[in-house]
Write a protein that binds this ligand. Structure first.
Ligand code: OXD
Ligand code: MN
Length: 602
């Protein structure tokens, strides 16, 4: 049975028929995005156990979803970019020829929806009415995915109206399959504007508007069309003179983008106000005024729960008190969720993320380290009034950040766009629980896009340079690191709201002010350039945060050769020059004795 609702788009209906013939669902429902539809799907989820109702008095319309225990994070080793020419996908992606990928996945999709409903979700990425927004249609047999897509994207009529009669929509096919990691694949076909994902219900693998479409396919398209699709937050900062500045920040997964996007200014910085435009993805376009403008293509936040509290991120904490889906958190006897890093102390008893009895003496964590909230942007009290602006917001600064315990100073500024592109290209970070694999291992993550760049990253670096060359008023580029530790292993920088102190220096630099010195790696703030009023931080501690030890950088510079070689002829000559210049400056700054005692790593 097919319920087409009011959809008449021939291209969508034809594709729906083709997929239904392959996947053989019991029922097909083309979603309209209405409230009644949401209520009906929630009711079905409660009946099947896909959702557990949380305490509706305290947390209206909040539900808990428990995933399969082995389906809790993105699986990068099962994620492919399938281009006709392998070189176009690049060494940064797993590759399979499109025909081979389809031959592999077609039998897995064959009959996969038998006994299930096939939901068809038209969705829009980007503000309604924006010439930059893109339409996708996700077909899925997961009700949890439908409910999540309703939060994370603009679904239903708004998408169909944007599409009009055009056939230019991303075909996003998803099935839970049998949830086996042995039959799990996330395949991208950028030449056909298509994604096929099977075997996972996890957000980054299954909400195909997000990483698959808005980053991997969008980055491919962005290169063709002259813009950038980036793994970046977008933050508005109103200064005490009431001027609003917008900055973007690329940080790897689970490195604090959501916290930074919802920053609360410290009490000692009166007159500042922060607004949130986005916490994960930015689409950036050069505009006729020579500046770069950003829109957030998403409509919600899919954030890491552990560590979210009234202390660390009060805005996010308040945001997730209603209309929120929780995935893999613990459940208290009163029907409210709990997680490590919650303001409330550990409950005497609870059910852990897998529904097993848990007490504070249990060996395992109550919530999965990558447990998530899915909350609508409109829940966010600091949401920017510009969130829906079809033209986006003008960007003054771009931050590249990562999780680095050692070597990398709190902040430094690129000398120009080309140098900034090099800083982004050479980013590396300690891994987190957002992807399967070992946590805390240093890996390269250029522009925080390593898992998300939908084409050869060498060409992507060149594209960054090309976009920069079209800008007469380019944003300034900065490298930041909130995670440097001292000899005692403790973080040297308080982070969270105090990051505004660093942002203040960044904005001063954008205005041509702000004290700095020209170090071997870039422009460093001077010892007193970052406002420490209200912070009990000594000169010595600030010096440790800003320290650039050339001996420590020698190995980093040598390690960059691997990156350059990996991309061969695709690696831009201009970035090779930046590398050579860094090597020259580091070697000039170092003594022969220091060269002896150097350490290893990126
Ligand atoms: C995310 C991620 O979920 O980067 O945003 O993994
Ligand atoms: Mn992300």
């Amino acid at each position: 049975m097919t319920d087409k609702g009011t959809v008449t788009h021939a291209g969508i209906l034809k594709w729906v028929d083709e997929v239904a013939a392959l996947t053989k669902p019991d029922r097909v429902l083309i979603c309209d995005g209405s409230e009644g539809e949401r209520e009906q799907i929630v009711k079905e989820c409660l009946a099947t156990g896909e959702l557990i109702e949380l305490n509706q008095t305290r947390m209206p319309r909040c539900y808990l979803h428990r995933s399969a225990p082995h389906d809790v994070a993105r699986t990068e080793h099962l994620t492919y970019v399938c281009t006709n020419n392998q070189d176009d996908s690049g060494p940064n992606n797993n590759w399979m020829a499109p025909a081979a990928a389809k031959a592999k996945l077609t039998p897995l999709f064959d009959g996969a929806m038998r006994g299930r409903t096939m939901f068809v979700v038209p969705f829009l990425m980007g503000p309604s009415g924006s010439e930059f927004s893109k339409v996708g249609v996700e077909i899925t047999d997961s009700r949890y995915v439908v409910l999540s897509m309703r939060i994370m994207t603009r679904v239903g009529r708004v998408a169909l109206e944007h599409l009009g009669g055009s056939d230019d929509f991303t075909r996003c096919l998803h099935s839970l399959g049998d949830l086996s990691p042995d039959r799990r694949f996330i395949m991208h076909f950028p030449e056909e504007n298509t994604v096929w994902s099977i075997g996972s219900g996890y957000g980054g693998n299954a909400l195909l508007g997000k990483k698959c479409m808005a980053l991997r396919l969008a980055s491919w398209l962005a290169r063709k069309e002259g813009w950038l699709a980036e793994h970046m937050l977008i933050l508005g900062l109103q200064d005490p003179q009431n001027k609003i500045h917008y900055v973007c920040g690329a940080f790897p997964s689970a490195c604090g983008k959501t916290n930074l996007a919802m920053l609360v200014p410290p009490a000692s910085m009166p007159g500042w106000k922060a607004t949130t435009v986005g916490d994960d993805i930015a689409w950036l376009r050069p505009a006729p005024d020579g500046r770069l403008y950003a829109v957030n293509p998403e409509a919600g936040f899919f954030g890491v729960v552990p560590g979210t509290s009234r202390k660390t991120n009060p805005t996010a904490f308040d945001m997730i008190q209603h209309d929120t889906l929780f995935t893999n958190v613990a459940l208290r006897p009163d029907g409210t969720p709990w997680w490590e890093g919650h303001d409330d102390p550990a409950p005497a008893e609870a059910l852990d993320w897998q529904g097993r009895p848990w007490t504070p003496s249990s060996a395992e964590k109550a919530a999965h380290p990558n447990s998530r909230f899915t909350a609508p942007a409109t829940n966010c009290a600091t949401l920017s009034p510009e969130f829906d602006n079809p033209s986006g917001v003008p960007i003054e600064a771009i931050l590249f950040g990562a999780r680095r315990q050692r070597r990398v100073p709190l902040v430094y500024e690129a000398r120009n766009w080309q140098h900034g592109t090099f800083l982004g290209a050479t980013l590396s970070s300690e891994t987190t629980a957002a992807a399967t694999g070992k946590v805390g291992v240093l890996r390269r993550d250029p522009m925080a896009m390593w898992p998300f760049c939908g084409y050869n990253m060498g060409d992507y670096f060149q594209h960054w340079l090309d976009v920069g060359s079209t800008l007469t008023r380019p944003p300034k580029i900065f490298r930041v690191n909130w995670f440097r530790t001292g000899d005692d292993g403790k973080f040297l920088w308080p982070g969270f709201g105090d990051n505004l102190r660093v942002l203040q220096w960044i904005l001063e630099r954008c205005a041509g002010r702000g004290e700095f010195t020209d170090s071997a790696i870039g422009h460093l703030p001077t010892l007193h350039a970052i406002d420490r009023k209200g912070l009990s931080m000594t000169d010595q501690q600030m010096a440790a945060l800003l320290k650039v030890d050339p001996a420590e950088w020698v190995e980093a510079v040598a390690g960059q050769e691997d990156l350059i070689h990996m991309f061969g002829s695709h690696f831009p000559a201009a970035l090779r020059q930046e590398h050579d210049e860094l090597a020259r400056r580091i070697h000039t700054a170092i003594t022969p004795e220091e060269l002896e005692g150097r350490d290893s790593g990126m």
